[in-house]
Ligand binder design. Sequence first.
Ligand SMILES: Cc1cc2nc3c(=O)[nH]c(=O)nc-3n(C[C@H](O)[C@H](O)[C@H](O)COP(=O)(O)O)c2cc1C
Length: 186
Amino acid sequence: MARLAIVYHSGYGHTARVAEHVRLGATSVDGVSASLMAVDQIDWQTLNDADAIILGAPTYMGSASAPFKTFMDQTSRQWLGQEWKDKLAAGFTNSGGLSGDKLSVLFQLQLFSAQHGMLWVPFPLMPTGTGPDDLNRMGSHLGLMTQSDNAPAEITPPAGDIRTAELFGIHVAERALRWLAGRSRT
Ligand SMILES: Cc1cc2nc3c(=O)[nH]c(=O)nc-3n(C[C@H](O)[C@H](O)[C@H](O)COP(=O)(O)O)c2cc1C
């Protein structure tokens, strides 16, 4: 059994909807459980026990949002003891712009994971195109990128991004199972 935790912040609901579909994808994989946690409702025990942590933040001013950064800073105790070493890590971000400087946030999440000694899982899903129904339409491979317009989260990000989020969840879940199987051999 692989235990995933998805930690996210969402000011206006868009990243929350993406996070929920990452969870749906992950839990569609046999032998995988996934706990969804907003940054203001962290279950630290469940997070510390997770085999893989998926980090999700909206891009605000070219950076992870301030509440998500607060969460990052709250993990300094785990960093001190390298308690999360060898967990898998992966990340996603949602923003209003097609680019919107989302890559900066994925770099930020990856570096955070490296500080914790976690192993970053990239996202090798080939883009099917650049339209709203396409998969990985922003061609992101470091992590999951989604884009929302200035409209309610029920209608944006578009269907292709939502499906991409599910495939991202499946991908990380499958890597976690493989990583756990490999670790048991050593
Ligand atoms: C304070 C603030 C800063 C933002 N900065 C960016 C930005 O740098 N790039 C971008 O593309 N969108 C930016 N946006 C738009 C958000 O990324 C977009 O609204 C996103 O959907 C918000 O996700 P959420 O609903 O999960 O909070 C910003 C929004 C806010 C409120």
